[in-house]
Design a protein. Structure first.
Ligand code: XMP
Length: 326
């Protein structure tokens, strides 16, 4: 594809100009954007780039494994894995406000990178040159919605745009900053990334942290992970993955309702399904998924996930609702 080829060449040139002989790190979130940004920078500067995967404990089932296996296999990039679940859980303890959560997660993410950078630099002490650049997979819609675009309102602090700490020690490299999602996907394919990564539905940087409405705790994460895995598995089994843009699964952790399960009364939490169709996430419509599929997801979640006794469907477009609940 002529246009995509141009984007790749142009960005590779720009990245080389910005980074020169310096060293860079790039956080992989498991999502399309960071994977494509990393692959682009890898193409431009090779081993001067080290990819860092921060496991913040807000991931979905199987996501860590996907980054460790598929991405490395496709790019041959250097990968450093930082297990930081404790850091995030304790920073989020007691926090319920959505913007506060986003800011904390964004801040801790950068701090986790700094810790990773220190480890990477001391591991390769012989080479000496410190890591100066931080690669981020910020897309054009992220820039606009975080108030970076012309005249745009600040709707949410995207964790890869807003909430950066003031003592940030890195210079940012954002090769996807002018692109929309579909362009990012074709750039990824052009760079040889497999469909499992490139066609992956979007997943927000703050992860399950913004899909638990209420305080984020280990138990709640565990519960949401199970519900989400069931919903995703059933959607895939129905062959409708390509029909939906993404399907957030949300836990209303502070809401309880009465149910009847097995031998008696329960007082459990609702899970909300938020399947949407969209072109670029700026606007979205709720997906008219088949009732049979919704029934299977609902039956399985209420049967298999302890503490959940109700499944609700979000039938709101964007606007007025955003795609994520926080
Ligand atoms: P909203 O909820 O604003 O989401 O309608 C629009 C799209 O962006 C994703 N999203 C994020 N992606 N960091 C990201 O990389 C974030 O902080 C973030 N917040 C939302 C969301 O999943 C949807 O695809």
């Amino acid at each position: 594809d002529w246009t995509t080829g141009n984007i790749v060449e142009e960005q590779v040139e720009r990245i080389r100009e910005q980074i020169g002989s310096g060293r860079a790190i790039c956080g992989l979130s498991g999502g399309v954007d960071s994977a494509v940004a990393a692959a682009l920078v890898q193409r431009a500067i090779g081993d001067q780039l080290t990819c860092v995967f921060v496991n913040h404990g807000l991931l979905r089932e199987g996501e860590a494994e996907q980054v460790e296996k598929d991405f490395v296999a496709a790019t041959g990039a250097k990968l450093y894995i930082a297990d930081e679940q404790e850091r995030f859980l304790s920073a989020l303890s007691g926090v319920t406000d959505p913007e506060e959560k986003r800011k904390i997660i964004g801040r801790e993410f950068i701090r986790a990178f700094e810790a990773a950078e220190a480890a990477i630099v001391s591991e390769s002490a012989a080479e000496g040159e410190p890591v100066r650049f931080l690669v981020q997979g910020t897309l054009y819609p992220d820039v606009v919605e975080s108030g970076g675009g012309e005249g745009a309102a600040n709707i949410k602090s995207h964790h890869n745009v807003g909430g950066l700490p003031e003592d940030l020690q890195f210079e940012l490299v954002e090769p996807l900053r002018t692109l929309f999602k579909d362009e990012v996907r074709s750039v990824g394919s052009q760079l040889g990334l497999p469909d499992e990564i490139v066609q992956r539905q979007p997943f927000p940087g703050p992860g399950l942290g913004i899909r638990i409405i209420g305080e984020v705790t280990e138990d709640r994460l565990e519960l949401l992970r199970k519900a989400d895995a069931i919903a995703r598995a059933e959607l895939t089994a129905s062959g409708l993955d390509q029909e939906v843009w993404q399907m957030p699964v949300v836990l209303l952790a502070d809401v309880r309702s009465v149910g009847v399960q097995g031998d008696g009364r329960t007082y459990g939490h609702p899970i909300v399904l938020r399947p949407v169709s969209s072109e670029d996430a700026m606007t979205a419509d709720w997906s008219r998924l088949p009732y049979d599929l919704l029934a299977r997801i609902s039956n399985r979640i209420t049967n298999e996930v302890d503490g959940v006794n109700r499944v609700a469907l979000d039938v709101t477009s964007k606007p007025p609702g955003t795609i994520e609940w926080e």
